[in-house]
Every structure is written in structure tokens, then in C-alpha cells.
Design a protein around this ligand. Sequence first.
Ligand code: GLN
Length: 307
Amino acid sequence: MDYQAILEEIHEEIKPEIGRGKVADYIPALSSVDPQQFAFSIVTAEGERYNVGESDKNFSIQSISKLFTFTLALDIYSRDLYKRVGVEPSGTPFNSLVQLEYEQGIPRNPFINAGALVITDSLITHYHDDYKAFERIINFIRDISDDPTVSFDPEVSTSEMDHGFRNLSLAHLMKSFDNLDNDPRTVVQTYFKQCAMSMSSEKLARAMLYLANGGTDPLTEKVYITPQQTRRINAVMLTCGHYDASGEFAFHVGLPGKSGVGGGIVAVVPGKMGICVWSPALNKYGNSHAGTLALEKFVEKTGLSIF
Ligand code: GLN
């Protein structure tokens, strides 16, 4: 298949949709991002790379980071992790508090904010302090993207901390239900740092390869997690990766995928490739508007859906 031609076709067709929607202005440092940007990258299990648009421009990965911390925590705690966080779609927005109260501080899944906070908390506990936990997170992301220069943007994490009242509420609520080991502020701060990781679409597509290949990087042959754990992560991505639009994403795209409010969406074609699309303007669910449509076009043109 001529992936380069397909990506160029999508880029052309998607142009009227780029910029439609709204950038994430609840994080002030992200409100000034130019909404007219777009990139689409594929990296195959054989290491072939295909790109269109601004595929080497770094953006804030935001909730895509939840995928990487989930991987690390699953590797450490195995199924004990599920005592603290579930694997059911929430049907609620990513930062909702309501369900958490009536389900006694156990978040529905690792991809809503409450679940991701529990996961980050579990890493801080395991590594005994927040700096060591963050160092592990950043090194893992460098490893899977095969790029030692990947880093985070402190301006974004500080800006989010200054306005992080809702995430602090989630953390405090879980602490009250005894589902947080560490200081809520420390957990939220570490979580904002992981969200502020800055990467390009090409790097993120590369970073998805271990999930496309049963937990082992097909290019470096590093083993990160088991094939069974990989299936579980991909399943949770498919059912929960787009919050209360996860059903829609499965319906229209049909690939395990994870979005972030920086406008990035990563997806996996099991056995074949890692994908990342980026366009900062978001739909009402906080997922990239043009990015979602571009992925829909991609599966229509290639037939590469898991269904
Ligand atoms: N850091 C963001 C938040 O907690 C991440 C949300 C997202 O990307 N959906 O609000």
C-alpha cells in the first residue's frame, strides 16, 4: 500500500476541517497554540516512516502520557493494580468528579484523570519519591521513542498547576476514600509534568510500536510488557481512550486510540504500525476534531481497522 500517497490525500481532504473547534484554553499555556496546524505520522513495525504536515513539531502530549504510566504501573503491580482502578468506560468527561463520589474513590479506568492520578500515585509509592518516579516515566518515554532528547515543558506544567483546582479536587476526594498513598499536591504536580511532555507526531507514532507488537519493540527488541498485558492496554484504549466519545471513536475508526487535549491522538494497528495525528483544535469531548476525522479517513482508505 502506498501510505505516503494516502497520507497526502488525507491531508488535502482534511484542510477545510483544520482549525474547527477550540484549543484547550483551560490550560493558559496551551491557549496560544495555533489551531491551524496538522500532522499525520505512521511508523511501521519494519521501521518505515511516513509523514505529512508538521510532523516534527513538538506539542504537549497531555493525556497520551496516561498510556505510558499505565504501562509502567501494570508492569510493576500486575493485576493488583485493578484493586485501585477499574477498566470500564466511564461515559463521563475526563475530569468529572460525580462518579468518583458514588463509586467510593475507585476510578472507572486509567485514562480518565482520576484513574491516571491513581496510577501516578502508585508509581510515586513504588519509586519512593516523586522525582524518581518522574525520572522513570521520562526515561521510559525516551526509550520507546528511541530518542534520549525527549523532555517536558515546565511552562505548561506550572501553568496547569496554577489552575489545577479540579484535578486537586479529584486527588483530595480519592485521598478521603483512602485510594491515594501520597500527598495529593505531589501527585497532581507529577501528573502535570507527565502531561507536559513535549513530542512530535513522528516521535509518538514511533513510541506506539511496542503496543503494536505484543509489548516488545520490534526495532530495538527491548521487551517492555507481556503480550497479555499489551492486549489489555489496547482493549482499555479502545473502550476508554476517548472518554465519553470512546464509543464514537470505536464506531468510526475502530482502532485502539488515546487522545490528549494538546490535540494529539495516538493509535495502534496491532501487528502493523503505530500512528499519531495532531491538530490542536478540539471537539466538545476534548479530542482533536480534525485528528479524529483524519483517522476515520485513514481506516476507510486502508481498511486497517481491527473490525
Ligand atoms: N492535563 C490535562 C488535565 O488534567 C489532561 C487532560 C487531557 O488531555 N484530556 O486536564
